[in-house]
Write a protein of this length. Structure first.
Lengths: 438, 431
């Protein structure tokens, strides 16, 4: 991620709670596949005069090798550092000069470059993205400087316990699997990045067949298409084939880790492997997460936070990735309560597994999803993110039909999903506790 | 500056052309006989609604002894009313597909809410209930107080927060902007139910309140219910005590030790309030230095010198004298170099005029920032209410955008010289 580092994890992992969708007569995108294999998704959205032009590339941490850890993210940074046409910094000036904004994120499954501009500047945004993707220079001096910037990004993450704990939990839930790798790489792999290997990475993954463009705003497909034809449409197909998918070993036991940190505030996280977005079970797991700790009046918020007051904050997310998912609970608490809170969380899970949710809880969780959807779709960038994540990690229909399908999930299916995906005898658990005072 | 005084009662309808929005936007403002102001913006684009109820109460109306009282009172409002417990409030908001929350800031305190528009009326009732009938339940108060004290402790362990808090204290001295809205441990520990309720009765008077509603609603319906809910509040006056002026600027430098992976370097000076004629020019200057990714801090300190991941300039203007802050986080072994580089940046903008292109990009950036920030109904409601509460009228933000477009290279250099000449420095580094 380039700039808004505070949200590194929330955005990088693409929580299911933000990526919900609904079959709505007013919102139906136009999907076209260009001759060179690039997918163009256009959605008319007239809430404001700002258009979101988002490029999605199916490259990310899971496509890296042990020797190139962190290079997908390094690639993302370097695309802003000068192209054959534009010098370093030009892209930022061009976008901000229209009153717009740009950003980029790398996750496990994709890298996305996001430009928001006033509608009349769609062409400018496409020109910039096209040049960044296909004609970046990877100047060795810029590589050296940007590497230091990424090391700073890594220090910021270390200083932000809420991000650090989730990243470490991923490492435990997906041990030995690509989703357990460090997004920002290691000092050794980052130091090994050169102009040659970053260029090779670019040639391999940044191909039209491996990309989608999502354009959302007051614009129609018939006006956007010609602009795309004369930019991205000109790039040749490379007959890219996706690498094979490794197999994921399940968690068979309780894996616990405790990390000593400088701050007195303690943090606890519990995680399980979950179904991917394309899997129908993921909907029931979404509802499990909302009912347990996904809203202000959820079970864990009421019991542990409001009544027993042993946590100051508790949340639960079901993050769906392309090959798997991860469902996890995070709590902010005092160090002396870590074991108690872990036990209480397991008791609440067991209660849900035995008796299932009440009808009211199920209703509430569906209302929460409707509301998340309505607020995410308020802005063009919210829609562009939802479409891009769904198209890249599952299918667009998984997004468009989300709410309709969610309403068909029964209380029994929610109970069964809790039984199947949240075993209280096999999970990963990490705690941050205060270390000895210096 | 457009200083529209809301000195008369009555209803007037305005159709405001906002450049950033493709559709004409209907905004209606009304003042009830008791002085309560309401603004409604109809926006049928999405089936949602946002509410912002602002009260002229914040650190600005606090003293060192009750620092943090505004924020704590706000939190307690959503913890219990004569009709509902805190749990019931939260559950009700969840059923409406919405949220309700409250907090205190420097110049104002906000009750902020959202809902699916089919529940707009229930949420309006709930906002009215927490604003008008809070009970500040004793049992919950202890939990909230402990939570806040822990939050204050946590701030003391985060290098970035420590740098910000130390800088506030240095810049503002005895003026209440010297503390964060969360307050100080010593004061928050001593706030009781009686103190909070007395403060509530003093500050929650209709002439000091503005409610803005933006979303898929009908203006006439909202107005009718607002009149019923808030029109019954008795009118009253708030006595304002003058606030001590911040100490005169001086070139100070303080160093603090906090464990962490990064060192934080802040440099700051006093800057004018948002009603000052220099407001727009100083916003543009701030954008040139440390606004977006085209800014000098980003392109020079990060892209060229790789001294930071984030380096920003911030000028959040308040009702009273405010501040400009340049902030940078870097590896501890780079701290010395980064401090010198930051200082050099602050000198350069005073010594040589910015280029025409830089000023043009920064003007667009500042205008664009507002358009970007105003896209959701919740933010629209806040903007409308904040301008009304400050007494400048919601048209202020359009006048401001027009003023920004007029800022020249000479303006930028002049305000840089005027406000960046003497700066305070705070460095927070690991042991």
């Amino acid at each position: 991620m380039r700039f808004l580092w505070v949200t590194v994890l929330a955005a990088a992992i693409g929580c299911a709670t933000v990526s919900v969708g609904e079959k709505s007569p007013s919102l139906r995108p136009t999907v076209e596949v260009l001759a060179n294999g690039l997918t163009l998704i256009v959605q008319e959205h007239r809430a404001s005069d700002i258009v979101a032009v988002y490029l999605w590339v199916a490259t990310g941490v899971r496509y890296e090798s042990a020797a190139t850890l962190g290079h997908a993210h390094f690639q993302e940074h370097m695309l802003f550092k000068g192209t054959e046409k534009f010098g370093p910094g030009y892209i930022d000036r061009a976008v901000e000069g229209t009153g717009g904004r740009s950003n980029a994120f790398t996750t496990f499954d994709y890298t996305t470059f996001q430009i928001q501009v006033p509608t009349e500047a769609i062409g400018t945004a496409l020109d910039l993205l096209d040049d960044m993707a296909f004609r970046s220079k990877f100047d060795p001096r810029e590589i050296a400087a940007e590497r230091e910037v990424i090391f700073e990004e890594s220090r910021i993450e270390t200083d932000t316990p809420k991000s650090a704990i989730v990243r470490q939990l991923y490492g435990m839930v997906f041990a030995g699997y690509p989703y357990g790798r460090p997004l920002l790489g290691t000092p050794a792999t980052m130091n090994a990045a050169t102009q040659d290997n970053l260029k090779a990475f670019n040639r391999r993954f940044y191909t039209p067949e491996n990309m989608s463009l999502v354009v959302v705003g007051p614009a129609e497909a018939k006006t956007v298409r010609p602009l795309v034809d004369r930019t991205f449409g000109q790039r040749p197909r490379t007959n890219y084939t996706r690498p094979s998918v490794p197999s994921l070993a399940p968690i068979t036991d309780i894996v616990r880790r405790t990390v000593e940190r400088p701050e007195q505030q303690a943090y606890l996280a519990l995680g399980w492997q979950a179904p991917r977005l394309a899997d129908r079970d993921s909907l029931a797991v979404d509802l499990v997460a909302t009912i347990l700790a996904g809203s202000e009046s959820s079970r864990l918020a009421r019991t542990l936070r409001d009544n027993e007051r042993i946590v100051s904050r508790v949340t639960m997310n079901n993050a769906t990735l392309q090959l798997s998912g991860i469902v996890y609970i995070q709590a902010q608490l005092e160090a002396s309560d870590v074991d108690l809170v872990e036990r209480r969380i397991l008791e609440e899970i067991t209660r849900l597994q035995q008796a299932g949710p009440t009808d009211e809880e199920r209703e509430l969780a569906i209302t929460r999803a409707e509301s998340d959807h309505a607020f995410a779709y308020e802005t063009s960038d919210g829609v562009a993110s939802a479409y891009g994540i769904a198209y890249t990690t599952a299918t667009l229909d998984d997004e468009l039909d989300y709410l309709v399908r969610l309403r068909t999930i029964t209380s029994e299916q929610i109970r069964d999903a809790a039984r199947k995906y949240l075993p209280v005898t096999a999970y990963a658990r990490i705690a941050f506790v205060p270390g000895p005072r210096k | 500056m457009n200083r529209r005084a809301l000195a008369f009662a009555g209803l007037f309808v305005l159709l405001l052309p906002v450049a950033a929005f493709a559709q004409p936007t209907g905004i209606t403002r009304s003042r009830l006989p008791n002085g309560f102001t309401v603004v409604v913006r109809e926006n049928p684009a999405a089936p949602v609604v946002g509410y912002s109820l602002l009260v002229k109460m914040g650190t600005r109306t606090e003293t060192p002894d009750d620092a943090g009282i505004s924020n704590m009172l706000q939190i307690m409002l959503v913890r219990g009313t004569e009709k509902m417990s805190g749990e019931e409030i939260v559950a009700a908001a969840d059923r409406m597909g919405g949220t309700i929350d409250a907090y205190g800031d420097e110049d104002y305190s906000e009750i902020t809410a959202t809902a699916l528009s089919r529940n707009w009326q229930s949420m309006l009732e709930l906002v009215g209930d927490v604003a008008l009938r809070p009970t500040v339940p004793e049992g919950t108060l202890t939990g909230v107080r402990n939570f806040l004290v822990r939050q204050i402790r946590n701030r003391g362990e985060k290098p970035f927060d420590v740098a910000g808090d130390r800088m506030r204290a240095a810049l503002f001295g005895n003026h209440p902007y010297a503390w964060d809205p969360i307050g100080r441990r010593e004061s928050v520990e001593q706030l009781t139910r009686d103190t909070l309720l007395a403060y509530y009765r003093r500050q929650y008077v209709p002439g000091q309140m503005v409610l803005a509603v933006s979303g898929d609603v009908k203006t006439a319906d909202v107005m009718a219910h607002v009149r019923r809910i808030f029109g019954a509040m008795p009118a009253a006056n708030v006595e304002t005590t003058p606030r001590p002026a911040p100490p005169p600027m001086a070139a100070t430098r303080e160093v603090f030790t906090v464990p962490g992976a990064q060192a934080q370097i802040f440099m700051a000076g006093l800057a004018p309030p948002f009603t000052h004629p220099d407001y727009a020019a100083l916003k543009v200057m701030t954008a040139i230095l440390g606004g977006g990714m085209a800014s000098r801090f980003f392109s020079d300190l990060r892209d060229k010198q790789a001294l930071a991941y984030s380096a920003r300039g911030q000028y959040v203007a308040h009702i009273d004298t405010s501040s400009f802050v340049a902030m940078l986080g870097t590896a501890p072994n780079n701290a010395q170099k980064a401090e010198a580089a930051l200082k050099e940046q602050l000198a350069r903008i005073q010594n040589e005029p910015a280029s025409e292109e830089e000023v043009a990009v920064a003007r667009s950036y500042v205008v664009g920032s507002q358009a970007m920030d105003r896209r959701t109904n919740a933010r629209q409601a806040w903007y409308l209410a904040a301008a009304e509460l400050a007494g400048v009228g919601y048209e202020f933000f359009d006048v401001y955008a027009a003023n920004v477009k007029k800022v020249t290279r000479a303006d930028v250099q002049r305000v840089a010289r005027q406000y960046l000449g003497v700066m305070r420095t705070v460095v927070v580094q690991p042991p």
